[in-house]
Design a protein around this ligand. Structure first.
Ligand code: FAD
Length: 419
């Protein structure tokens, strides 16, 4: 596909492939820990483009609760990496890059400016002030071993010779790229790849009318994932109905299991608990009060001021109630029917919104091939990994970036130490 020449256009101690969150963080750590020469090769015209989009432009860079249950992947590598670069060290490095942080009531951490661009600028200036050489529009398309070093070949026909390489190309999320092209460089090196799939992704629903009229409605609720008739996962949080299906934090957090099971051709449903905080007795009391107090009102008023109105109406319609009726038509049996279904308003998942709309890639480089202490490939000495390219991912809430920072730190620390 590419024609190569054999000139060397740059020689570096450490070459970092991918100028994203983990790669740029790595470059800063490598410079803080040594006076080695460090270069970053980035395929896009600018580094850190994805970080600019994180947290809806505010960058949720970590989370107060770093419990391992918020991550997917081998807990031993997670433990090892977080013990070497815990959150306190990460935030200290950011402090030295001029970033003050704040935590919101859910434990999510943001730059105090609430601007992702502050994180991008802190990292960008931090790297360039330390003398990291950045090559933008330089996609590495081939890695060859040359004696003890690595020859990196770029699509723009530049060649770079690097003693150590940190591979931090992120994942397929947000990209149009084909899987085989994305992983080609690694496949050529016989690196084991766990089949990737999108996670933190919106779900498409089978249901159309009248459910479509809930488009734009948000609701804090419980979400239960049901696979082949069994409830497998519960998440509490916000849902958002959209023109294609359903999104929101709670949905993003169950999307990993949903996508995995869809890929295995299982039947995936979502049960929405519209009132997770209320017991059946409390709901019955409230309904009984409303039937007495508002009996002559239209049925669409039943959940007014209690549940999002449009969601409440569609829920009642889904149970076969007629919105032209008055509230006092409801019998005791009807009240039972409402209570029996209010914790499991059910939707069938047809599909997901694909890598292009996903926030994160699950799968990637098998951690079995990687030394947990150093993040160095076990067979290919001198090749390190960081970030989402590894088969580790996290829930929504700052976990994926914390993994990028911490794994970026560890890979750089041990790459430097190996000289
Ligand atoms: C819309 C959106 C919002 C998000 N919000 C959050 C959030 O608020 N909090 C959170 O924790 N996580 C969030 N994430 C996830 C988070 O951004 C990623 O997990 C994180 O950026 C991964 O860091 P990384 O360094 O592994 O990859 P990236 O940051 O994706 O960087 C990889 C870089 O490598 C470059 N590259 C790829 N291949 C090559 C190659 N062959 N040669 C040269 N360069 C290459 C890419 O262009 C890219 O710049 C969000 C993701 C998206 C898409």
């Amino acid at each position: 596909m590419y024609s190569y020449h054999n000139n060397i256009d740059g020689e570096f101690d450490i070459g970092i492939i991918g100028g994203g969150a983990s790669g740029i963080f790595s470059s800063i750590v490598a410079k803080d820990e040594s006076d080695l020469s460090v270069a970053v090769f980035e395929s896009e015209d600018r580094i850190l483009k994805k970080v600019l989009k994180t947290g809806n432009g505010k960058c949720n860079l970590t989370n107060k609760d770093l419990c391992l249950s918020n991550f997917y992947g081998n807990p031993l590598i997670l433990k090892s990496v977080f013990s070497k670069c815990p959150q306190s060290l990460t935030l200290n490095i950011f402090k030295n890059l001029g970033i003050r942080v704040v935590f919101d009531e859910n434990g999510k951490c943001f730059p105090a400016s609430y601007q992702a661009s502050s994180i991008v600028d802190g990292l960008r200036f931090g790297a360039s002030k330390r003398g990291v050489k950045i090559y933008a529009e330089t996609e590495i398309v081939k890695i060859e071993k040359k004696d003890e070093k690595f020859l990196l070949r770029a699509d723009n026909r530049y060649n770079f010779l690097c003693s150590k390489v940190i591979f931090s190309t992120g994942g397929l999320a947000g990209l149009k790229k084909k899987e085989e092209n994305f992983f080609r460089v690694l496949k050529d090196l016989n690196v084991n790849i766990i089949k990737p799939f999108p996670t933190l992704v919106q779900l498409r629903l089978v249901e159309t009318d009248p459910f479509k009229s809930m488009e734009g409605c948000k609701w804090e609720c419980g979400v239960i994932l049901n696979v082949d008739g069994k409830n497998t996962l519960v998440e509490n949080g916000e849902i958002l109905f959209t023109n294609y299906g359903i999104s929101g934090n709670a949905i993003l957090n169950i999307s990993r299991e949903a996508v995995k099971n869809l890929n295995e051709n299982k039947k995936v449903k979502i049960l929405i608990d519209l009132l997770p905080e209320m017991t059946d007795v409390e709901i019955k009391d409230e309904l009984t009060f409303r039937i007495k107090r508002f009996g002559d009102y239209d049925l669409e008023f039943l959940f007014n001021g209690w549940i999002n109105k449009r969601i409440g109406v569609i829920f009642l319609k889904s149970l076969g109630f007629n919105m032209n009726d008055k509230i006092n038509v409801l019998t005791e049996k009807d009240v039972e029917k409402i209570i029996n279904n209010i914790h499991s308003f059910t939707f069938t998942v047809a599909n997901h919104n694909g890598f292009l709309n996903a926030q994160v890639m699950a799968g990637g480089v098998s951690v079995d091939d990687v030394d947990f202490e150093t993040l160095q490939h076990k067979r290919i000495k001198g090749l390190y990994f960081a970030g989402e390219i590894l088969d580790i991912d996290g829930k929504s809430g700052g976990y994926n970036l914390q993994w990028a920072w911490s794994s970026g730190y560890v890979s750089a620390f041990y790459a430097v130490k190996s000289f």
